[in-house]
Ligand binder design. Structure first.
Ligand code: PBG
Length: 338
């Protein structure tokens, strides 16, 4: 140290520093020893898009690495996922035909029903969840039956959801995941399942599902963008967190086994509040737009994709999510040798 520095060096009383949190960050082992939250790959659910046909793998441009798969390829993909350690998948169907009544949704031989049956046949241990909604099955792309004024009719939509849920249960679906946001749907589905003897079929409700721009790439993948208007009369307003607790409470009271907050990244406060409000497992959906943003920035070299993905997944755990539905599940387990 030269004379000048000696002259300007301030006098600091280091005996005053009693707390030294950095002690716990000195090495990887020390950091790992005191880590409060961890990523739990057992809680991952990998979404899959299923299309009619055979030997089909169609890339989705806005979701690099994700493909639309025919049923046979879906089974093949599930084998690979099981090998990597992914224990649950969430099915979305893209049907051959669409109409105003979403009738291809409750076809016992529909796309999701066939995929579920074949996955369970080939891999009985794999947990098969199925998204239950109408937007992929209606010609107008709304999540329910639309009346003359263009309004989505809640109670008529429930009939379609219940019929469809029964065909899913009969096809061997383990977890039915209603994502339509109609009022009263969880209770209606639970009663119908129980009356039919499907008391073990689980319901994971999209309880707090927001009207979000983060679903953009999904709608391209599932061909489910609304032909007119938007989903704001049924999905939640992004400004509301108290209302999320109300939606969650209603779904729990109606019989939801697992409740979900969706999207994830912009709604971490909601995940935390729901975690504290209910004793059910809490899921969050790391949606298509969140996937696309990370992939796009990663491809450009603007962020380190792998590190960002891990940080994001850890953040969901810290926020209180037990289950994470994420397009990164396979990537993550491949990287960490699951
Ligand atoms: C169906 C449904 C959507 C998503 C899951 N289920 C789309 C929507 O509500 O428009 C979005 C999933 C994603 O963006 O990854 N209603």
């Amino acid at each position: 140290m030269n004379d000048i520095a000696d002259v300007i060096r301030p006098k600091i009383d280091t005996t005053g520093i009693v707390e030294r949190p950095r002690r716990l960050r000195t090495s990887p082992a020390m950091r790992s020893l005191v880590r409060e939250s961890r990523i739990n790959p057992d809680g991952f659910i990998q979404p899959l898009f299923v299309v009619p046909g055979t030997r089909l793998r169609e890339p989705i441009p806005s979701m690099p690495g994700i493909e639309r798969l025919s049923v046979d390829e879906t089974v093949r993909e599930c084998r690979e996922l099981a090998r990597l350690g992914v224990r649950a998948v969430l099915l979305f169907g893209i049907p051959e035909s669409k109409d105003a009544a979403a009738s291809s949704n409750y076809d016992p031989n529909g796309i999701v029903q066939r995929a579920a049956r074949e996955i369970k046949n080939a891999l009985p241990e794999m947990i098969v969840a199925a998204d239950l909604c109408n937007c992929e099955y209606t010609d107008h792309g709304h999540c329910g039956i639309v009346d003359q004024s263009g309004y989505v009719d809640n109670d008529r939509t429930l009939e379609i959801l219940v019929m469809t849920a029964l065909t899913y249960a009969r096809a061997g679906v383990d977890i039915i995941a209603p994502s339509d946001m109609m009022d009263g749907r969880v209770g209606a589905i639970r009663r119908a399942l129980d009356a039919d003897g499907y008391v073990r079929t689980t319901i994971m409700s999209y309880a707090a599902k927001y009207a979000s721009a983060f679903y953009g790439p999904f709608r391209e993948a599932a061909d489910s963008a609304p032909a007119f208007g938007d989903r704001r009369t049924y999905q939640m307003d992004p400004g509301n967190a108290r209302e999320a607790l109300r939606e969650v409470r209603l779904d729990v009271d109606e019989g939801a086994d697992i409740v979900m907050v969706k999207p994830a990244l912009a709604y971490m406060d909601v995940i935390r509040r729901v975690r504290e409000a209910v004793d059910r497992p809490v899921a969050t959906y790391n949606v298509s737009g969140e996937y696309a943003m990370v992939k796009a920035a990663g491809e450009r070299g603007w962020i380190d994709e792998a590190q960002v993905v891990d940080e994001m997944l850890l953040g969901f755990a810290r926020a209180g999510a037990d289950i994470v539905i994420t397009y990164f599940a396979k990537d993550y387990l491949r990287r960490h040798g699951g």
